[in-house]
Ligand binder design. Sequence first.
Ligand code: SF4
Ligand code: SF4
Length: 83
Amino acid sequence: MAYQIVDKCVNCTACEMVCPNDAISADVNQFNIDPLLCTECAEAFADPQCTSICPVEGAILDELGEAVNPPGSLTGIIPLVAA
Ligand code: SF4
Ligand code: SF4
């Protein structure tokens, strides 16, 4: 099980500082999660620490490719669905 950071990430650095497994690091483009180190925080926390602190909806995906903080989850503003 591992999360991944995608291009909605704004490189704020917050997640890197709270990951208990040092699974998050930055390259020249953006932050990334090492799938060999990420445990989804299951062993130590009720909630994944990176997604708990991430301010951007959709920046971190779960092992199924779903946003852990989906649209509206942080802002409370549910996006309109295109007709
Ligand atoms: S889910 Fe936990 S272990 Fe995985 S990257 Fe986020 S903070 Fe680190
Ligand atoms: S907390 Fe979110 S926006 Fe900030 S670096 Fe991590 S993934 Fe990117």
